[in-house]
Design a protein around this ligand. Structure first.
Ligand code: HEC
Length: 157
């Protein structure tokens, strides 16, 4: 009797695996190009005078639109979306096999602990030893804050 039960359970397991098969390549892809939440984050901490900074501009639709434009096309050396993804999930076309992966801005578990000044400092100076470039020569402080307003909007989406 127990033997029959074991055999039945074994078959149920097999069937489950087969049924689960079609979704497998999808989850594999997500893992490979990040979109992972929470990501392990080893980014250096901004100096405390940055961590205390408040966003000095308002989240007006104009500022958000400017941030979006920079994120998707205007930022130099390359648009942020190529790494961070148009949906902000760290899944951009250049992100494949990047280690560490670009930050997933849709992950509240990680993003809620990052003050705006931390984001500002990394966008301005880059994250040393990673693909995250410094934008000090190409973005004005106001443009960086517009980008931060836009990045924060991924959490609400
Ligand atoms: C070439 C790829 C690439 C581009 C382009 C890029 N990033 Fe990043 N970004 C990364 C990577 C990789 C990380 C993760 C760095 C780390 O783990 O320290 C990152 C991290 C970040 C972080 C997280 C900082 C933190 O403290 O966790 C912010 C904010 C950010 N990027 C904003 C931007 C913005 C805004 C742009 C466009 C102006 C941009 N990035 C363009 C690859 C990129």
């Amino acid at each position: 009797m127990i033997l029959v039960l074991i055999i039945v359970l074994f078959f149920v397991g097999e069937v489950r695996e087969v049924v689960a098969e079609p979704t497998a390549p999808f989850s594999f892809q997500i893992q490979q190009v990040s979109g992972i939440c929470p990501q392990s984050r080893k980014t250096r901490k901004a100096p405390s005078r940055y961590l205390k900074k408040k966003i000095p501009i308002l989240a007006t639709s104009e500022n958000l639109a400017k941030g979006k434009r920079l994120f998707n096309q205007d930022a130099k050396p390359t648009a942020c979306k190529l790494c961070h993804g148009a949906r902000g999930n760290g899944n951009g076309s250049l992100a494949r096999r990047m280690a560490p992966p670009p930050r997933n801005f849709t992950c509240s578990e990680v993003m809620k602990d990052l003050p705006p000044g931390q984001l500002f400092w990394i966008i301005r100076n880059g994250s040393r030893g990673t693909a995250m470039p410094a934008h000090k020569p190409t973005l004005k402080p106001e443009e960086i804050w517009q980008l931060i307003l836009y990045i924060k909007s991924f959490l609400a989406a």
